[in-house]
Design a binder for this molecule. Structure first.
Ligand SMILES: Nc1nc2c(ncn2[C@@H]2O[C@H](COP(=O)(O)OP(=O)(O)O)[C@@H](O)[C@H]2O)c(=O)[nH]1
Ligand SMILES: [Mg+2]
Length: 292
């Protein structure tokens, strides 16, 4: 899958039109976006636990399935999700990007992402979203390093540290977890950042958000083991190699085009004022966020 397939607007346009025809155009303030590929065993339990209201704001869950060969879409529909079923498989990054577009088109103010495999605890959702709805951050990500992780895979555990160190060095923004899939943001952030990666979007999104000067925060959260099935992203070696390529490629692209200097001295972690359970790092004040 080349990056040009991912940004092909005809696929996204057709999917958005089909979604609107099926579900209508209006979404509540919080859109929860899930990319799901052959997750019929896990998606039902994930959807059952998603709250209908977070801090009094209504939620809707958009599940983007693409080219699945199992019953993921049917299971998600039965569980009450708004399903966008794309005929071609493009990857998690492309699916999320489309989900963001659907959320923005429907007028959602906030977007929350999570995975279909049960690795994130829906109970963390409220805490991750809180700094964004309070206006203290534009982008909030869970962090297993500040919270907890269940995996005993030492390579994965080491990888989290290495990539956090690398992105912190490259961007000047101290972060502890660059690939946590439970995150929350103001919806417009997703339209301002350039997203071209078909599969490994998390570091592209994070670096793009930092490069544009958005205020980010990390929130302690839990990373569980997969409820069923196995990762769609290859073994540790493939994962690490491709992830590194995205980190370096995005950093290179963004440092040449971004309005905010990226290799400034590292901003130290600070906690979000007035939000006791939240600690993490907020980007240097005074940078202005740009939207396209
Ligand atoms: N729509 C879609 N979702 C995908 C694809 N690949 C992975 N995902 C979803 O992205 C989420 C994370 O994928 P996973 O394989 O668990 O990656 P890991 O947690 O980083 O090992 C899960 O909800 C997957 O179902 C894909 O090609 N298309
Ligand atoms: Mg997973």
């Amino acid at each position: 899958m080349s990056t040009s397939d991912v940004t092909r607007h005809d696929i996204d346009d057709a999917a958005l039109a089909a979604f609107t025809a099926e579900h209508g155009g209006d979404l509540p303030p919080i859109a929860i976006v899930i990319a799901a590929y052959n997750e019929e065993q896990g998606i039902g339990a994930v959807l059952k636990e998603i709250p209908a209201l977070i801090d009094g704001l209504e939620t809707a869950t958009i599940v983007v399935v693409d080219g699945a060969s199992d019953d993921t879409a049917a299971v998600a529909r039965r569980a009450g999700a708004l399903v966008c079923d794309v005929p071609v498989n493009r990857g998690q990054g492309a699916a999320l990007r489309l989900g963001y577009r659907i959320a923005r088109a429907g007028g959602a103010s906030y977007i929350v992402t999570t995975d279909a495999d049960g690795q994130y605890d829906p109970a963390d959702m409220r805490r991750v979203l809180e700094p964004v709805t309070r206006g203290e951050a534009d982008f909030a990500t869970g962090s297993r390093l500040l919270g907890r992780q269940e995996t005993h895979d030492l390579v994965r555990r080491l990888g989290v540290h290495v990539f956090a160190w690398l992105i912190s060095r490259l961007t000047g923004q101290r972060v502890t977890d660059t690939s946590f899939g439970l995150r929350a943001m103001r919806a417009e952030v997703t339209g301002a950042v350039e997203l071209r990666q078909p599969q490994y979007q998390s570091s592209e999104l994070l670096i793009g958000v930092i490069a544009r000067g958005y205020r980010i925060v990390e929130v302690p959260a839990t990373m569980r083991l997969r409820a069923a099935g196995s990762t769609k992203k290859g073994g540790n070696l493939v994962y690490g190699y491709r992830y590194s390529r995205v980190v370096l490629g995005t950093w290179w692209r963004e440092r040449r085009s971004s309005p905010a200097p990226m290799s400034a001295p590292m901003s130290a972690p600070v906690s979000v004022p007035g939000s006791a359970p939240v600690s993490g790092s907020v980007s240097a004040p005074g940078r202005s966020a740009k939207t396209k």
